[in-house]
Write a protein that binds this ligand. Structure first.
Ligand SMILES: Nc1ncnc2c1ncn2[C@@H]1O[C@H](COP(=O)(O)OP(=O)(O)OP(=O)(O)O)[C@@H](O)[C@H]1O
Length: 315
């Protein structure tokens, strides 16, 4: 039986895109499930923005099937647009307007699409507070810093309380505090409002914090599709255990860190100090995959992940 969490809100099969005869996407397959935060990663020029713009209905694909919230984004109607939210990589508007005026204006467009479950739009004051712009609400847009401008972009993206939100490098230019607040906002949108989110980022720490699932785009295709933990486990199976004993430091690579540490304490008890267990991070997994791709082994990278996924399904 289909549950809310397993409902597919976007389905992409065999997506291809060529610019002036140069292939960028050569067969992208992906599903986005209701309520998840999905991170799309990949090197510069891999085609992340291209993919996201096709899903947003802002770019015409060369070939393939794309369904987002039940419609083909290339021919979707106004009602569909009101159910999606978009934060583009860059955006220009009226430099003399203020954040409050811009949000009031844009919010008005969503009011006719309000439903009891999803009252639209978000109240301007609440939204300004949510993105940390209350104090700058009446300043001219032209005077905002890059990071402040980006916060406004995020506000614009969520003002219509979208069911599906696309965020293309949303935190580029954020300071660490703004970034942390933004991460809380993304989790809150996903957990309290049930918003499904597709985001691209080059910040692997951000992906690790936010993603329910990660997709890696390389060589025109998705070469990995898994949770952060799943990716890390597949690329580097062993964990590194470090400890000190009697003034000496020890390091051991082990497949099962829990039983190794249990054994260590059984043998040496309180003699063990400064214990650390380090697992492969998303960064390790990402770099291994991209390196594999860049050395011309995209197919073997994709196979590695498909095989691993298959053996888990079979088990
Ligand atoms: N309008 C366009 N016309 C021609 N080529 C384009 C166009 N838009 C993108 N490209 C090319 O397509 C490729 C993919 O670009 P895209 O912006 O989708 O990549 P990306 O993964 O988002 O990169 P980044 O991480 O640098 O933002 C790049 O080689 C880019 O130069």
């Amino acid at each position: 039986m289909e549950t809310e969490a397993s409902r597919v809100v976007a389905r992409v099969r065999g997506l291809r895109m060529a610019y002036a005869g140069t292939d960028v996407l050569t067969g992208v397959d992906l599903d986005i499930r209701a309520g998840e935060v999905l991170c799309l990663l990949g090197p510069n020029g891999a085609g992340k923005t291209t993919t996201i713009e096709i899903l947003e209905g802002f770019r015409m694909r060369s070939a393939g099937e794309v369904t987002v919230l039940g419609q083909d984004p290339a021919h979707a109607d106004e009602d569909w647009r009101a159910r999606t939210g978009v934060v583009l990589q860059s955006w220009r508007d009226h430099p003399r307007w203020s954040p409050r005026r811009l949000l009031d204006q844009l919010g008005g467009y969503y009011a006719p699409y309000s439903t009891p479950e999803r009252p639209r739009p978000y109240g301007t004051d609440d939204l300004l507070a949510t993105v940390g712009l209350t104090e700058l609400a009446d300043r001219k847009l032209a005077t905002l810093s890059g990071g402040q401008r980006r916060r406004l972009d995020v506000a614009v993206g969520i003002i219509g309380r979208p069911e599906l939100l696309f965020l293309d490098e949303p935190t580029a230019g954020f300071d660490p505090q703004a970034r942390r607040e933004f991460h809380h906002l993304v989790r809150r949108l996903a957990e309290s409002e049930g918003t499904t989110i597709l985001l691209t980022t080059h910040d692997l720490d951000e992906a690790e914090k936010l993603a329910d699932r990660v997709l890696i785009l390389a060589g025109g295709r998705i070469v990995a599709d898994d949770t952060v933990d799943g990716l890390a486990r597949r690329v580097a199976g062993d964990a590194e255990v470090r400890w000190s004993m009697g003034g000496e430091r020890f390091v051991e690579s082990v497949a099962d860190a829990t039983s190794f540490v249990r054994g260590l304490f059984e043998r040496h008890g309180e003699g063990v100090a400064d214990l650390e267990v380090r697992r492969a991070s998303l960064e390790d997994a990402y770099l291994a995959l991209v390196q594999q791709h860049e050395s011309g082994r995209a197919d073997s990278a994709a196979r590695l992940f498909r095989d691993a996924t298959q053996s888990e399904v079979d088990a």
